[in-house]
Design a binder for this molecule. Structure first.
Ligand SMILES: NC(=O)c1ccc[n+]([C@@H]2O[C@H](COP(=O)([O-])OP(=O)(O)OC[C@H]3O[C@@H](n4cnc5c(N)ncnc54)[C@H](OP(=O)(O)O)[C@@H]3O)[C@@H](O)[C@H]2O)c1
Length: 288
């Protein structure tokens, strides 16, 4: 099987490279090799390499920055996936695209299903929702996987920020009224690989961690593991604060827990994020 991976330098991209079977052919691309916003480059690249599968791990993920640079976010999160979807359909490749829990407004109090109405409350979420529509309009057989609160040993994420802050600060204020499911990017990578071999209908699917938490409780867990693993020597005092006390450019949904029941029918279980956290913290420490 020949697989084209875009955004190979990101969190998910790196995790996909880590778990990719050696007997399959992987063409991994970063922005320099294949800028997904360039329609002609995408068409040419896919016509030339003729992949069986395209996995789009590229995205504009800077949620606050997107408020100031909406066109940049649109180009990467809408135009890029649309370009890939046009080519996946044209050249008969199965297309896997990734989206986000931030397509929801967070007013639910039970887990969101794929059928729930989307209503993004920030530019990033809006561009990701527009990207989902652009993908499925242009390639109805595409599989769009929404995920949430992604972390890994790679790139920028909450876990790495907390480990850094633990060495710099005595005291941290962390939001405790936004609830979501952390997802280990390595588990998402395994799920995507598993699905490559399945006959899966085009459409939207949710995949995330096996339990919900707040950023405050997530930080607490990160510090517990980091201390036990001797990655940090002291835990900063952490103070739970409300969203209003911590203004950010982009609004965030208060509750973005997702149900993974639909993917569960394919025999998949949710990301064991505590296990993923232990692995990530250990690897971040050994890489430093
Ligand atoms: N991170 C999260 O918490 C989170 C939560 C929910 C959903 N998701 C979704 O999960 C997916 C993977 O996220 P991630 O955290 O792995 O993202 P990430 O670490 O930010 O990686 C995104 C990658 O996309 C690449 N990229 C940006 N613009 C590009 C372009 N024009 N052409 C080609 N590549 C481009 C970036 O490359 P450069 O570094 O060269 O710019 C980067 O390597 C995304 O669809 C994201 O929306 C993420």
């Amino acid at each position: 099987m020949k697989v084209l991976l875009t955004g190979a330098n990101g969190q998910l991209g790196n995790c996909l490279v880590d778990v990719f079977p050696s007997n399959w052919e992987l063409i991994k691309t970063d922005t320099k090799q294949l800028d997904i916003t360039d329609e002609h480059a995408v068409n040419y690249f896919i016509a030339e390499c003729k992949p069986d599968v395209i996995i789009n791990a590229a995205a504009y993920t800077a949620v606050d920055k997107a408020e100031d640079f909406p066109q940049d976010a649109y180009n990467v999160n809408v135009t890029g996936p649309k370009n890939l979807a046009i080519s996946s359909r044209k050249y008969n490749a199965k297309f896997f695209h990734v989206s986000t829990d931030y397509v929801f407004d967070g007013t639910n109090n039970i887990p969101y299903t794929e059928e729930d109405t989307t209503n993004p409350i920030n530019i990033y979420g809006q561009t990701k929702r527009d990207g989902e529509i652009a993908v499925l309009d242009n390639d109805p057989s595409a599989v769009v996987i929404r995920t949430s609160w992604v972390f890994s040993p790679y790139g920028n994420n909450f876990v790495k920020t907390m480990l850094r802050l633990a060495t710099e600060k005595q005291q941290l204020s962390i939001i405790d009224d936004q609830i979501g499911n952390p997802t280990y990017a390595g588990d998402l990578a395994q799920v995507i690989l598993y699905l490559l071999d399945q006959k899966i209908d085009g459409g939207i699917y949710h995949y995330c961690g096996d339990s919900s938490t707040s950023w405050f409780m997530f930080a607490k867990r990160i510090f517990e593991i980091a201390l036990t693993q001797k990655v940090i020597t002291k835990v900063p005092e952490i103070i739970p604060v409300k969203t209003q006390a911590f203004p950010t450019k982009a609004k965030r949904p208060k509750y973005s827990v997702m149900s993974i029941e639909k993917l569960g029918k394919y025999g998949l279980s949710a990301s064991d994020w505590n296990k993923g956290l232990l692995h990530s913290i250990t690897k971040i420490n050994s890489d430093n």
